[in-house]
Design a protein. Structure first.
Length: 532
């Protein structure tokens, strides 16, 4: 063999115990290599010298040299390209399995604990996949289970789209047609699950979507079959006598209470029951109330019992010769069953009407006395108040209706002019004109109607003027006699009338007196505006 120069070991095998060996540094041609280094290099290609010089100090990886292994360089480049590529598909297990069937808050039988249920016996699920897709679209299998019972297994292939069966998905390039980003990845783009039929129960269910290579997604849920609820007969109810009156007609008042309301609820529960209240009395003639049976439901299809509830009369409601209220029950998903209507034809309600602002009207046109007194709503319109208009359901109208069956009078067939009088709608303070407005009126189609009378005065200051005929343009209505025409027609409409007292100014309360001779005219209110 050739002799070694320098320190020599002649005709001996060179071993590490005789040489100090080390891993060579870049460009080192003098040091010996360790056995470990030599073994690691064995059978491995290196990248060799650079194209233009022996060094790689002009590139992004300045630690490269001619002895850098090819695998190292390829790995560096692979990582660099990854930085340039668009966001890769998200991990399969990073996307939750969601229920897309409608979910409802309900309560469990026996415990009353709130839970979320599904009433669809073929519940649907979906993955809310991000725009970059999720991994796993190129290989493996997808399987869907309910409570460990297989519903479907399907093979996954790179170009597959599946739109039938339990598991349905689309796959492809999430960056398709996006210049500079397309062609890097393939992923699941959508995934939906339309399960087979499942039997409902009180037990919690487990849905699992399994990818044979990428993991498991799961979702727990409850499945219910809601029942149709209904109300059994209402019993023991106590309705007070009518002590209120409007225009001489009896009515229940807002301070009255209906007590001892009791009833049963059929099919109050299935495997679950309603989240909040199980029954309600609707907001109609009475104020809304709601509640639960006396005990928490314990069994499927159980009958619920409700006892001794109290109802109160609502304000601003009306029902003539018929008092009623409606009870209904809810099932586990909050759907109301067939309502039960309780009716009493010996009671009525009119809490819309309020006669506190009206005053007595006196007799005939332009009365000198008998008007302006406190109005007594108990008085019959065919008795003491035979000259007054009727107020019913908030509307002033000619008297009508037979109320003898509930302790009132028969107003059908009355005759003559009927009046309503107001003294607190507005005040003059050295003024001479104002606008009178009919609110929500019917039948007031022109100025000068035969069946309508409008009489106006300034209390203590003027005579009555005629608010239903045209002012002649001269003189001072109300200054010397009753009944002078006072409507400034150029500034008026049939329901908004400009009333003038001429050039003289007055001070005092405005008095409005409206007369009607038949059923053709009604109005809900009178207002005073633009006092000048």
């Amino acid at each position: 063999m050739s002799q070694l120069h320098g320190k020599q070991i002649y005709k001996k095998t060179i071993t590490q115990e005789h040489l100090l060996l080390q891993t060579p540094n870049s460009g080192d041609t003098l040091s010996g290599a360790t056995v470990e280094y030599v073994n690691n290099m064995a059978g491995t290609n290196v990248i060799g010298p650079a194209e233009y010089t022996d060094e790689y100090d002009y590139g992004i990886f300045t630690d490269f040299n001619s002895l850098t292994r090819t695998g190292v360089a390829v790995d560096r480049f692979n990582q660099l390209f990854l930085k340039l590529a668009p966001t890769p598909p998200s991990p399969f297990e990073s996307v939750p399995l969601n229920i897309t069937s409608t979910e409802y808050l309900s309560r469990m039988l026996g415990t009353g604990n709130p839970v979320t249920i599904i009433s669809d016996d073929t519940p649907s699920f979906a993955l809310n996949i991000p725009s970059n897709g999720i991994e796993g679209s190129d290989s493996g299998t997808l399987s869907f289970y309910i409570d460990s019972n297989i519903q479907e297994t399907t093979d996954v292939t790179l170009t597959d789209n599946k739109n039938t069966g339990v598991i349905r998905y689309t796959s492809g390039d999430p960056y398709d047609d996006i210049s500079g980003k397309e062609g890097f990845w393939n992923s699941f783009l959508t995934m939906n699950i339309e399960s087979n039929s499942i039997v409902s129960s009180v037990n919690q269910r487990l849905a699992e979507l399994v990818h044979s290579e990428k993991g498991i997604l799961s979702k727990t849920f409850y499945l219910d079959t809601p029942l149709n609820t209904s109300i059994g007969s209402v019993t023991n109810i106590s309705i007070p006598p009518m002590t209120g009156y409007i225009s001489g007609v009896p009515t229940l008042k807002t301070t009255d209470q209906i007590s001892n309301l009791s009833f049963t609820i059929n099919n109050v529960s299935s495997y679950f029951y309603a989240a909040n209240s199980v029954w309600e009395v609707q907001s109609g003639l009475v104020n809304h109330i709601e509640g639960n049976p006396l005990t928490i439901p314990q069994s499927y299809g159980e009958t619920g019992i409700v006892n001794n509830k109290t109802l109160s009369i609502r304000s601003n409601v009306f029902s003539d010769n018929n008092f009623y209220f409606v009870v209904r029950a809810k099932n586990s998903i909050g759907t109301f069953g067939t309502p039960y209507t309780y009716t009493d034809t010996t009671r009525r309600v009119d809490t819309v009407s309020n006669e506190t602002i009206r005053r007595t009207s006196g007799t005939g046109s332009y009365p000198s006395t008998g008007w302006g007194g406190t109005y007594d709503s108990i008085q019959s319109l065919v008795g003491s108040y035979a000259n007054e208009l009727m107020l019913k359901n908030g509307t002033y109208q000619y008297p009508n209706g037979d109320y003898t069956s509930i302790g009132g009078s028969n107003y059908n067939g009355v005759t003559g002019t009927r009046w309503v009088t107001f003294t607190t709608l507005g005040v003059f303070n050295n003024n001479s004109s104002f606008t009178l407005n009919f609110i929500d009126s019917q039948g007031i189609t022109s100025i000068g109607l035969d069946n309508l009378l409008v009489e106006v005065k300034i209390s203590g200051s003027t005579y009555w003027v005629d608010g239903d005929s045209a002012y002649a343009g001269v003189g001072n209505p109300g200054s010397s006699s009753d009944g002078i025409s006072a409507v400034v027609t150029n500034n008026s409409t049939p329901t908004s009338r400009r009333i003038t007292f001429g050039s003289i100014t007055y001070s005092g309360p405005i008095v409005i007196r409206i007369g009607i001779t038949n059923n053709n005219i009604t109005f809900r209110n009178i207002t005073i505006t633009n006092i000048v």
